[in-house]
Design a protein around this ligand. Structure first.
Ligand SMILES: C[S@@+](CC[C@H](N)C(=O)[O-])C[C@H]1O[C@@H](n2cnc3c(N)ncnc32)[C@H](O)[C@@H]1O
Length: 316
């Protein structure tokens, strides 16, 4: 592993939280909503990486007994410490408890980097491999490779919500027999979906994120991968143009709230991939998009997560 720059020291609070396993995703969402850029789940010596917005165990040992109590660790920057009391209350409401202490000694980015692994998503004979810039992966002929350093942004490629999007993108390419001419990625995070799309042959890829850290990170990753994509912080409300494919991996509530603006960017016959939706929330999201001329084409699921693919009126 290359030497890492200690970019955060002396100004973090370590939060250790535990509670019923079935509310783990909600707990991670609460931690992230309070300002924690990442959440770690520790399981024996294996460490699972969870980055912003959702929780995922990516290193669950095969055959390990399922525990009813889950625990995770997250870090809150000093500037966000005011969020601690409300966070404690919110966790309590879902049966989770937390303890916190100042965290000065270690560079936490090193901790989660050690847990990040390469991963592969395949669909009908095509695959994308997402690997950390410092990691290794066995690549087969014809596989698209994306090298990612997510830094403080979401998007290692390992989260189910990201994987479902990659799968949906691969399926669209297969069904159409060619890469779409353009793709818009709303909420690009590390840029993983946008860069993968460019690597798969999409000519015009536009990616946006409201988080300036994500924009910087996605640009750096795009350069690293030689992907000529446009990355900006333009709010979706101000975006122009039509795209044959639009992808957005944000939480269900936000997808519904932004439905009018996201739907507007989908070209006639175009496909819209929406992810970050907890199972059971799909219908609500579909209902937000149906009156805007989009109908449900298919649903993908993984664990507690669902992603939906909609099509704009015109496609049979
Ligand atoms: C779950 S991450 C997805 C990252 C990446 N696309 C992936 O699939 O791994 C969601 C991203 O959406 C961004 N985001 C949240 N609300 C947004 C909005 N209204 N407009 C644009 N980006 C938004 C967040 O900053 C975050 O980077």
């Amino acid at each position: 592993m290359p030497p890492l720059k200690p970019f955060v020291r002396n100004d973090w609070m370590e939060i250790r939280a535990s509670g019923p396993e079935e509310r783990k995703d909600e707990a991670a969402c609460l931690l992230v909503a309070s300002g924690c850029p990442g959440v770690l789940e520790e399981d024996g010596c294996a460490m699972a990486v969870v980055l912003a917005a959702h929780s995922l165990s990516v290193a669950e040992p095969v055959g390990a007994p399922r525990r009813s109590t889950a625990s995770c660790t997250a870090y809150l920057a000093a500037k966000d410490l005011h969020a601690l009391p409300a966070l404690k209350e919110s966790l309590k409401k879902i049966g989770w408890r937390m303890a916190s202490s100042p965290y000065a000694e270690e560079d936490w980015s090193l901790k989660w980097r050690q847990g990040m692994r390469s991963m592969r998503v395949s669909c009908r004979g095509s695959s994308v491999v997402v690997k950390p810039t410092w990691g290794r992966a066995k690549i087969s002929d014809g596989e698209a490779v994306v090298e990612i350093d997510p830094g403080m942004a979401f998007g290692t490629g390992a989260h189910p919500t990201t994987k479902l999007c990659l799968k949906a993108i691969l399926r669209i390419l297969k069904d159409d027999g060619a890469a779409p001419k353009g793709l818009l990625d709303v909420g690009t995070g590390s840029g993983v979906l946008a860069i993968a799309s460019a690597r798969l042959g999409v000519k015009k890829v536009v990616a946006v994120d409201i988080d300036p850290v994500a924009v910087r990170t996605a640009r750096a990753n795009a350069r690293r991968n030689g992907a000529g994509i446009s990355v900006s912080n333009t709010p979706v409300e101000r975006l122009k143009g039509l795209y044959p494919v639009v992808v957005s991996n944000i939480l269900a509530g936000e997808l519904s709230r932004l439905s009018r603006h996201i739907a507007k960017r989908v070209a006639k016959d175009g496909r819209l991939i929406l992810s970050g939706i907890l199972k059971g929330e799909e219908d609500g999201v579909v209902r937000a998009y149906e009156p805007l001329g989009l109908r449900l084409l298919r649903t993908y699921t993984s664990g507690e997560w669902a992603a939906i693919v909609l099509v704009k009126a015109g496609r049979a």
